[in-house]
Design a protein around this ligand. Sequence first.
Ligand SMILES: C[S@@+](CC[C@H](N)C(=O)[O-])C[C@H]1O[C@@H](n2cnc3c(N)ncnc32)[C@H](O)[C@@H]1O
Length: 266
Amino acid sequence: MERPTWAPEDVNVERPSVARVYDYFLGGSHNFAVDREFADEVLRAMPDVPTVAQENRAFLRRAVRYLCGLGIRQFVDLGSGIPTVGNVHEVAQSLDPGAEVVYVDMDPVAYAHSRAILADNPHATVIRADLRQPAEVLADPQLRAHIDVDQPVGLLLVAVLHFVPDDERPADIVAAYGSAVAPGSHIVVSHMSAEGMDDAKDEALNLYQRSSTTVIPRTAQDVTRLLGDFSLVEPGVVRLPQWRPESPDEAGSTEIPGLAVVARRD
Ligand SMILES: C[S@@+](CC[C@H](N)C(=O)[O-])C[C@H]1O[C@@H](n2cnc3c(N)ncnc32)[C@H](O)[C@@H]1O
């Protein structure tokens, strides 16, 4: 199996990784044959996945701009993925060059590539950690060097909570992050939608299950429940393109199987 020079030593090139499969859906080049074969199978069942991935990134960019507009200047992107166009630090630092960004991902390729592109950026860094361990993530000295939890923080859990099953208590994980940051902090969440699932989409999810990654689509009500004491910002939990579109072109299809929400810690 090929191992390109950019691939870290400890990367498993025999098993698809959700980070690299998602990179492939976004048109990136940090993926292996095993990821592309897996992704092509998913695409046969659910051909609109690349559109959903693009809509997801567009939502992330709008949400970061919205938070910058509120005066938030520090961000923790949990499950940040392999860097792609319009990363959080690019969006935030274009509006405020001193904005601080910490990326968190447990995937070795996402970590290595993020490290490489951030090497010369004094206001952004990446840590390799499991977001399901909030205490460890928040105690990380590198994170602490960039983030002052006594000031409002923008927390991002974008296209990642659907990998955390109910028995791993995703609501408690969200609550742990929320209670560790100052009032006025916000959380940005996007999530695979359970509404409008059909047999083809079930087939796509079964593929993930077989690759030993569980994907749990949730309803808007489930996602609201995950947010616990956070207060939903208007328009609440909506389909990705419906979250504060910045132009009529952006307010695309309501059929997109992805939910988006921004919520505030009071
Ligand atoms: C579908 S990608 C989303 C990337 C990015 N947030 C976005 O929306 O464009 C999911 C990412 O979450 C990461 N991930 C999944 N579970 C994680 C966990 N428990 N801790 C840290 N990262 C995780 C994967 O490695 C992958 O890079």
